[in-house]
Design a protein around this ligand. Structure first.
Ligand code: FAD
Ligand code: UDP
Length: 374
């Protein structure tokens, strides 16, 4: 008998699992509450300006996973794209991630790499195993660079002191003693020429996949399906009945301009007196296109309330305790796989999301073939 499989969420998680199962001969239904596919990676061409807008914030594809890189390029053309972020602090513009240029500008020096290493070593704190973001920053760059580029930005982004946040958040960023201002270190980096939504539509374009948009899946109906692949919020599956996992949400204040308003795609604003964290000028994500007009977003972070879009999971002590309760419950639901950014309550880049979705589908198919439950 044909089995009934449903993917809740048409982001990369749901789309990639559906595609693998469809290619193995299984019919899949993919639903999303939104009116578009691609989840938070959604891009849409603005009707007035023609600019491809990253609706839920800037998304740059980067990976060290050759298989994932080959996978995405089967479904859409990628143009080379390097993320070169700038930061405005006290009326001066610096390059990120913090590199030799940033430091020479900031200190008013012209030091060479070894000289700058030696200089920074006189500034940093000796903290053998930094636990908090603040400790990591003090051990990494010292107090002045921390205050200029990280403290204010992080307080705005996370709504708490960096002393309360884990060091792992800052460990996402490199510190470079050369002039390399590529934000990411991965060997494969690019931007889908037709946007992420066209890419995900191509992944979902299979005769055995049915997509239903504007469709909210009710977890109470999970028993109607042979298997549910849930990429919605983990706590949402259980009706938030033992509490809500904390998220930061983002508000985007859109404005328009003629020509080139800021000269780059992403300008960070770390100073505490500026209420937003960064400004994104979307047309710079597609430098191969030419548009006279421009669409920009000022980005503000705040606590996520019921009904808001959850963006960044806040994994502090209280959330981790609640998370482990939900994870234990999730293990008892035999016909549901929890996956993706929201389903596992982790910050996942797109490439990791795709890697995990491919692995999830492979494990499921292997279990099916072996006649054992996934
Ligand atoms: P999502 O994209 O969140 O998709 C989940 C979908 O499930 C949503 O569309 C939602 O509507 C739907 N859904 C939830 N509940 C239900 C329900 N009950 N019924 C129906 N549908 C439901 N990664 C990078 O690699 N590079 C970047 O530059 C980058 N930038 C980012 C910037 C921001 C601001 C953020 C927040 C994330 C960024 N990411 C980036 C991460 C990237 O967005 C995620 O890796 C990716 O979106 C995860 O895909 P997903 O399918 O797991 O989740
Ligand atoms: N960060 C900062 N200043 C910056 C950029 C980043 O303090 O100019 C901090 C901030 O806390 C952020 C973290 O470093 O959450 C990781 O940065 P990343 O660019 O990876 O942020 P994300 O992609 O999560 O928005």
């Amino acid at each position: 008998m044909t089995q009934r499989f449903i993917m809740v969420g048409a982001g990369f998680s749901g789309a990639v699992v559906a595609r693998k199962l469809a290619e193995a001969g299984h019919a899949c239904t993919v639903v999303d509450a939104r009116d578009h596919v691609a989840g938070n990676c959604h891009t849409a061409r603005d009707a007035d300006t023609g600019v491809m807008v990253h609706t839920y914030g800037p998304h740059i594809f980067h990976t060290g996973d050759d298989e994932v890189w080959d996978y995405v390029r089967k479904f859409g053309e990628f143009a080379p794209y390097k993320n070169r972020v700038k930061s405005t602090h006290k009326g001066a513009v610096y390059t990120l991630p913090v590199n030799l240029h940033t430091m020479n500008q900031f200190f008013g020096t012209a030091l060479r790499p070894d000289e700058m290493r030696a200089h920074v070593a006189t500034l940093t704190a000796d903290i053998p195993e930094p636990e908090s973001f603040e400790e990591q920053a003090l051990a990494f760059v010292g107090p002045d660079l921390y205050a200029a580029f990280f403290k204010g930005y992080t307080e705005k982004q996370w709504g708490t002191s960096p002393a309360n946040l884990p060091a792992s958040i800052l460990k996402r960023l490199p510190l470079r003693f050369n002039y390399d201002d590529n934000y990411f270190a991965h060997p494969h980096q690019g931007m889908p020429v037709d946007g992420y939504t066209a890419l995900v539509e191509n992944i979902l374009d299979h005769p055995l996949i049915t997509v239903r948009l504007n469709t909210v899946f009710d977890p109470a109906t999970a028993g109607d399906w042979d298997h549910v692949f849930w990429s919605g919020p983990l706590d949402g599956f259980f009706g938030y009945d033992i509490g809500r996992l904390g998220y930061r949400t983002l508000d985007f204040e859109e404005f328009r301009a003629i020509g080139d308003w800021q000269g780059c795609a992403v300008m960070n604003h770390p100073d505490p007196e500026v209420p937003f964290t960064r400004i994104t000028e979307h047309k710079h994500f597609a430098p191969w296109e030419s548009h006279e007009k421009s669409v920009l977003y000022r980005e503000y972070a705040r606590a996520c309330e019921p009904g808001d879009t959850p963006y960044y999971p806040i994994r502090l002590v209280a959330e981790k305790a609640l998370l482990s309760d939900y994870v234990e419950r999730a293990k008892t639901v035999s016909n549901v796989t929890f996956m993706g950014r929201l389903g596992t309550y982790r910050y996942l880049d797109m490439d990791v999301t795709i890697r995990e979705a491919l692995d999830t589908a492979d494990a499921f198919l292997a279990a099916q073939a072996a006649g054992t439950p996934a």
